[in-house]
Design a protein around this ligand. Structure first.
Ligand code: DGY
Length: 323
């Protein structure tokens, strides 16, 4: 039997690419250039599986092509807002993702941004590199204490709950959250968390607000100018979910006018293009979408995609099928 023909859209960890080459008729992307919309469209006619990731905009228009050979899109990543799932399904294509395994590392990055924003970490690093540090003094770069403060989570899925666990047990933080639907019990870590009845209640109350909802069209600019006005002056806003959830222009206005103390961002609207005005602000920490970027997690993500496509090609239902 012929081995499934597979396209891997970006460069993956070496060990995982070796497995892919051994087990499938794999086309790898050694150059690691993001694929153009045309290349993605063509791929649908030539490959049995496309192993995509967040940099592949698999929009409705891409799926309007014939003939379609692709039967499965195995996404490397948990978020799938870049894939029009309905259009894929209308073409009979199964889509999978990689939940669970990146939860801890993304929660770690959230904690890192909370600490960096509160304690002005990047600002301090810049000060030293620019040779502007002239020694310790009692009122230099005072930030906010993290331990014992209130963390407000917008969305309370796996990553939010892992963050709650680390924040509560590591930093004695009080946890409040807002989630649109009842939280599945199997996800709940043993952390006492107070369920608020609105996003606004979280924004008004918390010292640190962290975004953990999907980057779906419904959540586009969920955090808009009116909502940014609700944060208190010493609060910090953290986003490790998707850039589109926060209105960037409104955030720039808020940070420029010190409506609250700072922000920590790992994700951006239209990334990798960053709004130049953000670059000029001292009270925002910027990271290049590092949430799941550890050797352990990226290897685990690759293995999980392989598991999904193997299940699919052997006639089983992949464990991470998106319905
Ligand atoms: C994820 O897994 O969704 C990460 O943001 C990378 O896509």
């Amino acid at each position: 039997m012929q081995r499934p023909k597979i396209l891997v859209t970006r460069k993956w960890p070496y060990a995982i690419e070796e497995i892919l080459t051994k087990e499938f008729d794999s086309t790898l992307n050694h150059q690691d250039h993001p694929l153009t919309p045309k290349a993605l469209k063509d791929a649908l006619s030539h490959f049995d599986a496309i192993l995509s990731t967040v940099t592949d905009p698999l929009s409705t228009a891409i799926f309007k092509t014939t003939p379609i050979r692709t039967k499965i899109i195995g996404n490397f990543g948990v978020g799938f807002n870049h894939i029009d799932i309905q259009s894929a399904q209308d073409q009979g294509i199964c889509v999978t993702n990689t939940p669970d395994i990146l939860t801890d590392c993304t929660a770690d990055i959230t904690m890192m941004l909370i600490l960096m924003s509160a304690r002005r970490g990047t600002e301090g690093d810049r000060l030293i590199r620019q040779k502007k540090w002239h020694g310790w003094h009692p009122t230099q770069m005072l930030g906010q204490k993290v331990t014992g403060k209130t963390l407000g989570l917008i969305g309370f899925g796996r990553i939010a709950q892992a963050t709650a666990y680390k924040a509560h047990f590591g930093f004695n933080m009080k946890i409040i959250f807002y989630n649109t639907s009842p939280v599945p019990l199997n996800l709940t870590q043993p952390v006492k968390a107070q369920n608020c009845n609105s996003i606004d209640a979280v924004l008004e109350t918390a010292d640190f607000i962290s975004i953990h909802c999907p980057g779906s069209p419904q959540n586009h600019h969920l955090i808009n100018e009116d909502r940014l006005k609700l944060l208190h002056p010493k609060a910090h806003l953290i986003n490790t979910a998707r850039g589109s959830v926060i209105d960037t222009k409104a955030l720039i206005t808020a940070l420029s006018n010190n409506w609250f103390a700072g922000a920590g961002l790992d994700v951006f609207e239209n990334e990798p293009a960053i709004d130049p005005e953000l670059l000029g602000l001292n009270n925002v920490t910027l990271l290049p979408h590092l949430g799941s970027a550890t050797e352990e997690t990226r290897n685990a993500m690759g293995l999980r995609v392989i598991e999904n496509i193997k299940e699919f090609f052997s006639g089983q239902t992949p464990r991470d099928i998106i319905r």
